[in-house]
Design a protein around this ligand. Sequence first.
Ligand code: ADP
Ligand code: NI
Length: 238
Amino acid sequence: MPCRRYGTLNAIFVIQFFNMEHALIVEKTRDFVRKTLENAEGGHDWWHIHRVWLNAHRIAENEKADMLIVELAALLHDIADSKFHNGDEEIGPETAGKFLNELDIDEDTITHVQQIIRNISFKSGFDQKTFHSKELEIVQDADRLDAIGAIGIARAFSYGGFKGREIFNPEVEPNLNMTKEEYKNSAAPSINHFYEKLLLLKDKMNTETGKKMAEQRHQFMEQYLQQFFDEAGTYIQK
Ligand code: ADP
Ligand code: NI
């Protein structure tokens, strides 16, 4: 009897220790990310990360996945985005790896988080897929949800403004067959980005929860574009 009681106590202790470790690691990572992204562009700032982190948590609750990997990857996925670092696609995984190493996290977890950062973005979809995991699917869905709907609209124009892009130019048609290089170097008006990426995301969602969450946000974007072009049409010379 006493033995069994100690067994239970031990198990509780281990679970509590594990949770404490997990919570502490997440907290330290949050602090690091928030500090690093202090001066980031409004669409890729701490609050984007915060939303992606919460989306990821919500999706992961309905999936069989390693929650620590999901949370770390969500928090670190834009820690050094290549768009803001002269196209360098390794600086993100490298920065994340260095930080996680200092926290003494096991190698497998670090490598997994780095692989998610490498493979999450829309532009990495142009490359041959060499890595796949449930955790990647979840964090990718969480990031995509923040690229659509009302928030997605705000982020697209924020990024466009940051890059000095036009909002809309009726003489520049969207390019629906871009290569990765064309996508990366595009300086097209922000409204084109809806046709080149944002409206395509709904059908790229990986998880059932993600798909459901994307539906209404997608519809809202369609509605917004309808209104946008109704208004814009009145200025276009026939
Ligand atoms: P990528 O598309 O390069 O993989 P992200 O997925 O990180 O990059 O893009 C994140 C967000 O940045 C987009 O959802 C959008 O809001 C904004 N963004 C990126 N490229 C453009 C663009 N050409 N025009 C307007 N917004 C953009
Ligand atoms: Ni992101």
